[in-house]
Design a protein around this ligand. Sequence first.
Ligand code: SAH
Length: 254
Amino acid sequence: MTGLVTIVGLGPGDPRHLTPAASEALASATDLVGYGPYVDRAPERPGQRRHASDNRVELDRARFALDLAAKGARVAVVSGGDPGVFAMAAAVFEAVDDGDPAWRSLDICVEPGITAMLAAAARVGAPLGGDFCAMSLSDNLKPWEVVEARLRAALAADFVIALYNPISSARPWQLGAAFKIVAETRGPDTPITLARAVMRPDERIRIVQLSEVEASMADMSTVVIIGASTTKLIERSDGETPYVYTPRFYGVKP
Ligand code: SAH
């Protein structure tokens, strides 16, 4: 089989954050597959077929891409941010694991991209400077009990926590419930970064204290970074957004 599937990370939004390797993978593909708004972000190439879908079922899209590749196509599956972070790369491997045995002889590559939490962290300072973890708050693919247990464990470990998929019209209450759980262990002045549409024209970034945060401050284009007990703000002159950082030094020699 000569077909190829490359799952390409487009980064958070600004084309300048697309890696040259990801650009090459997009340019050399015969077929682009992905959710409409992501396919729209790839430059048009003469002769390249574009399969934009509204379908949010990632596994269906993955199987479609694998089928095209099995017929000899060079397929680029596009994903926002990094394709391995709550995105299409795992869907493609899940489809292979569970699908047509012939798909196992296809070449499957992953081209990394800048994931939302790294873009958001860069905008506000260095909140991920200490140990951190990332979680998807979505309970579409896993039960809420698992989300809650994992969040409690991350809080107990004093990780900085990046929350992806914090809220949507279909999942309106989960973020509020998560903030309540956070408030059981973290102080009221814990810095919370709400970074929306980072590195896109409609970017909006807020830094608020845990005691003031509300679920309505986030939407489905927001990544939420919850500070650890060591995360600090550096206040600046009037009207300037403070810097947020998590020191690496604990004040105790290891
Ligand atoms: N693969 C993507 C994440 C997909 S999950 C990545 O690596 O970034 C979708 C979630 O990612 C959104 O609900 C939001 O929490 C986050 N996200 C994606 N792009 C974002 C951006 N530009 N700004 C803020 N959050 C973003």
